[in-house]
Design a protein around this ligand. Structure first.
Ligand code: PLP
Length: 372
């Protein structure tokens, strides 16, 4: 039985009519760039997260970069983040002119290891960017505790964690600002590119609104050097519709994760994801770890089952970052994870039979591995 890694067609089928109506409204209004539909989505998404402000922008990468810039991060500064993430987290830091400083992730949660944080802080540290990898919030109390002691702002990369919770609060609202991506495959995805920043700080929100629109505060009055990262009206209108389906999608992802966990429970070769007591994980990615993954990936492919690796090369070992002078062994947990991760299909519309077929294939393969 074929199982794709992702099925956006199935995801959009039940909402298609609503989405077409929403797009028609945008066409009729002509509000294609910024405007009423963007304001509506900002209200919807800010309300959903429980944040006072949401600022729609062009992408998740822009959300991170604009937030860092608005906080005054620039050349000569350092920003602490993790190497086990999508490269955009580091890129957004580099594009401000600052240097990304990596610390390793925790072996269980795959998020920033707070015990490595203090040693990485110095007088040049201007921000800390934990990543809620795969949809599980980082250990924010520990991270914020240290950050507050040094007066350093914390920006959450919540691009994989729409609707995730930490101690009863939504990801994105746990620190000074939260950055989201609405790339189509994310738990809340646009039909194109999009991103948003949520924050409770009015001055930061104002700076972001100015900077995403050419530094403009009032027509033809450019008070700072900004950029064009306006959200577009069609994406905003689509996202307002899709936001209403986010919780039910996340619930299904969580239920698929429980089914997978049960299926793999007795298999010693497989490490299943660990959900911390403090968090509600939304499984943007369901990743297992296995020492010999080459055979497993082959077997899955032979059965027509899509899988992925998030991410096969940690950012500090990417060619783009050779300039930072890192070498293999610098962040052993991230490197081990990069060698062992296999992401299995976990999109909401998966059927019970599809999940069973994935479990059966993975278990057959791991049994044969353990016999060898
Ligand atoms: C997707 C993603 C981004 C970037 O978002 P874009 O909208 O593609 O620019 C940043 N960080 C993480 C962790 C992501 O998964």
């Amino acid at each position: 039985m074929k199982v794709p890694f992702q099925d956006l067609q199935a995801h959009h089928a039940p909402m298609r009519e609503e989405i077409l109506l929403a797009i028609n409204e945008v066409i009729d209004s002509g509000d294609f760039s910024g405007g009423g539909f963007v304001e509506k989505f900002e209200n919807d998404f800010g309300g959903y997260c429980g944040a006072r402000h949401a600022i729609g922008v062009g992408s998740g990468t822009d959300a991170l970069w604009l937030t860092l810039t608005a906080l005054g991060v620039g050349p000569g500064d350092e920003v602490i983040t993790v190497p086990m993430t999508f490269i955009a987290t580091a890129e957004s830091i580099s594009m401000t002119g600052a240097k990304p400083v990596f610390i390793d992730v925790d072996e269980k949660t795959y998020t920033m290891n707070p015990s490595a944080l203090e040693a990485a802080i110095n007088s040049r540290t201007k921000a800390i960017v934990p990543v809620h990898l795969f949809g599980q919030p980082a250990e924010m109390d520990e991270i914020l505790g240290i950050a507050r002691e040094y007066g350093i702002p914390v920006i959450e990369d919540a691009s994989q964690a729409h609707g995730a919770e930490y101690k009863g609060r939504k990801a994105g609202t746990l620190a000074d600002a939260g950055c989201f991506s609405f790339y189509p495959g994310k738990n809340l995805g646009a039909m194109g590119e999009g991103g948003a920043v949520v924050t409770n700080h009015e001055p930061l929100a104002e700076k972001l609104r100015t900077r995403r629109n050419h530094g403009q505060s009032g027509k033809n009055n450019h008070t700072v050097v900004g950029w064009n990262s306006r959200m577009d009206g069609i994406q905003a209108a689509v996202l307002s519709v899709k936001l209403r389906y986010l919780d039910s999608g996340n619930k299904k992802r969580r239920s698929h994760a429980v089914t997978y966990n049960k299926g793999f429970e007795l298999c010693e070769e497989i490490a299943i994801p660990v959900e911390s007591e403090d968090s509600v994980h939304v499984y943007h990615v369901y990743a297992i770890r296995i020492r010999e993954r080459v055979r497993m990936i082959e077997d899955l492919a032979n059965q027509g089952i899509g899988c992925g690796i998030h991410y096969p090369v940690p950012v500090h070992l990417q060619k783009a970052y050779t300039g930072l002078g890192h070498k293999k062994g610098d962040f052993p947990v991230s490197e081990r994870c990069a060698d062992q991760f296999v992401s299995l299909p976990v999109f909401p519309e998966l059927s019970v039979r599809q999940i069973d077929s994935v479990i059966r294939t993975v278990m057959q393969c791991s049994r044969s591995l353990s016999i060898v």
